[in-house]
Design a protein around this ligand. Structure first.
Ligand SMILES: Nc1ncnc2c1ncn2[C@@H]1O[C@H](COP(=O)(O)OP(=O)(O)O)[C@@H](O)[C@H]1O
Ligand SMILES: [Mg+2]
Length: 396
């Protein structure tokens, strides 16, 4: 996973939580590149990773509503105040001085005036934009909820793919938003006016759909190609996933230049107005794509793989993505792996640990007990969560 030029990576050295989820207050100091956090069900492992995932723009690893993050008093939920805060101190991995610029403070918490909004502070002051926060830090995660991807409808896999693209190309978020807005406007116009809809208005929307759909598809295909071509992880024993973008636009892009695909899509949308009006939805566009995943060695589609094989494929994708971020940004992302060992056999677990040991990304892993992580004992620190506090603990 390591690439040249990752020396400037930020390491989380201290995390303070205030009234966040089950934590009244928490002061957590990882103190090692790899940290294993273990504890019983409900002890706050996922919550701790979620807090870290909120240090970058977005809704964090649970996609939570911000109003749900504030600590609820179980005895008097209605009386619970709504404020929550996450405060992180990060230091350059190779910083040996205390010089300015070696340390970055990122804080986030509920907005003073609205529980369903949050605000950021960068080194104590409001950032000019959330992009300024994202320029300092990237965070990548794997959660047990992602294992459902293989059984879900295509929309879940598409969102998963788009999140991977956003991390490398922030402009992709705007493409998707603009595409979806134009599709929504066209759908409404067709629903309200049908055959009487203004053709030049429709043509304008279809032009926007075609441009943004092709741009989004090119970005998705670019990321997929990079992931498929990423170097093997660790000792190479980890299973590899073969990814593909499954949609008509992607198929067309295999043989035609983007500009021709755009023209065809514009024409096809215009020709499909009556059909889309009848269907109440658009049959063409970036919203029709699916992410196809297969085990590279056997070409078995991921949905036909065992739970453990699926988990391994997912971990492989996440680690390869982290490697891409490190290579392109010159800075490894922070890796949050929530219960990564669940479903993995000993050989795959060993391969995962070898990959993490060989990388230079900071990693926080969780599990219900420390023992399974014993092979990492020489390079990782263990913490046990109890009653909302983190105590240093031996692994195994
Ligand atoms: N806003 C909240 N206020 C108080 N407790 C919460 C809040 N949100 C979630 N919790 C509780 O936090 C506990 C720990 O959750 P979690 O971090 O998911 O546990 P785990 O260690 O199993 O990953 C759960 O019991 C959950 O009910
Ligand atoms: Mg959990």
């Amino acid at each position: 996973m390591s690439e040249a030029g990752t020396t400037g990576a930020l390491r989380l050295t201290r995390l303070r939580l205030t009234r966040f989820r089950n934590y009244a207050t928490l002061d957590f100091q990882p103190g090692a590149r790899i940290c294993v956090i273990f504890g019983a069900n409900g002890s706050g492992k996922t919550n701790l990773l979620e807090a870290i995932s909120l240090l970058v723009p977005g809704r964090g690893l649970r996609g939570a509503r911000f109003a749900d993050l504030a600590r609820r008093d179980a005895a008097a939920p209605a009386a619970s105040p709504s404020g929550w805060g996450v405060h992180a101190t990060l230091r350059r991995a190779n910083a040996d001085t205390g010089a300015t610029g070696d340390t970055v403070e990122i804080a986030t918490g509920s907005a003073p005036d609205a529980a369903d909004r949050r605000v950021f502070r960068l080194n104590g002051t409001p950032p000019r934009s959330q992009a300024e926060i994202a320029a300092h830090l990237s965070v990548v995660w794997l959660t047990p909820a992602m294992e459902r991807l293989f059984q879900e409808p295509a929309a879940g896999r598409r969102r998963f793919l788009d999140r991977l693209v956003f991390a490398l190309e922030p402009g992709h978020a705007r493409e998707i938003a603009a595409h979806d807005a134009a599709q929504g406007a066209r759908n409404r116009l067709l629903a309200e006016a049908g055959a009487r809809a203004d053709p030049s208005w429709l043509a304008g929307l279809e032009d926007a759909i075609a441009r943004h759909a092709v741009a989004a598809s090119v970005a998705r295909r670019g990321l997929i190609a990079a992931l498929n071509g990423a170097p093997a992880l660790g000792d190479g024993a980890f299973p590899r996933a073969q990814l593909a973008l499954d949609c008509a636009i992607s198929t067309a892009l295999e043989t035609q230049p983007a500009i021709a695909v755009e023209d065809d899509l514009r024409r096809a949308l215009a020709a499909g107005r009556a059909r889309d009006a009848a269907a109440g939805t658009a049959l063409l566009g970036a919203q029709r794509a699916d992410l196809a995943m297969a085990d590279a060695a056997s070409a078995t589609p991921a949905r036909l793989c065992s739970t453990g094989q699926q988990k391994a494929l997912l971990i492989g994708v996440i680690l390869a993505h982290a490697g891409l971020i490190a290579a392109r940004r010159g800075q490894a992302p922070l890796l949050l792996l929530d219960e990564p060992a669940v479903h993995l056999d000993p050989a795959r677990r060993a391969a995962l640990f070898a990959a993490l040991a060989a990388g230079d990304a900071q990693v926080l892993l969780t599990g219900t007990d420390g023992e399974i992580f014993r092979p990492l004992a020489a390079i990782a620190r263990g913490f046990v969560l109890e009653q909302g506090q983190a105590q240093a603990a031996d692994l195994g």
